[in-house]
Design a protein around this ligand. Structure first.
Ligand SMILES: [Zn+2]
Ligand SMILES: [Zn+2]
Length: 148
């Protein structure tokens, strides 16, 4: 279900961001991707934003994504050896499964809920608010193709 621009405008304002056309389009693109369980690299975000509003430079795309990430509206994930990915699913402490074969990234819910589901043996005085877990393996189609 696509969110209306009004909802997205409110979300940008609530996050303390100045509402601009590129930011609004970037958030809309990420929300659409979220509905399809996609995690998008910058290039794909920029391409889809351009389809909506005509132009957006690569730097413009980075600037919008950085602003959304810093204000908590988007999340950046950086699996080793993969392009940086962005998504609008935030604040639920979910984790990711990454396929070593094709690079497919899939969400996996935290087993405990919103709170940290990993407790380190020592926190060294840090106040922890997030545990980022990436599970590496092979997706069903890659696993199938190597078994043959
Ligand atoms: Zn795969
Ligand atoms: Zn995710």
């Amino acid at each position: 279900m696509p969110l209306s621009d009004d909802v997205l405008v409110d979300r940008l304002r609530d996050a303390g961001l100045r509402v601009t056309k590129p930011k609004l389009a970037t958030l809309a693109v990420l929300e659409e991707a979220r509905a399809r369980h996609e995690h998008l690299p910058v290039a794909a975000v920029a391409e889809r934003v351009r389809e909506r509003i005509g132009t957006l430079s690569a730097q413009g795309a980075y600037d919008c994504l950085d602003a959304l990430v810093e204000s908590g509206l988007a999340r950046r994930i950086e699996p080793a050896g993969q392009p940086t990915l962005y998504e609008a699913r935030v604040r639920d402490n979910h984790h990711h499964l990454v396929c070593r074969g094709c690079g497919l990234v899939t969400d996996v819910d935290c087993t405990v809920g919103d709170a940290l589901c990993l407790t380190p043996s020592a926190t060294n005085g840090f106040v922890l608010d997030e545990a980022e877990v990436t599970f590496w393996g092979r997706c069903p189609s890659c696993a199938g193709s190597t078994e043959a």
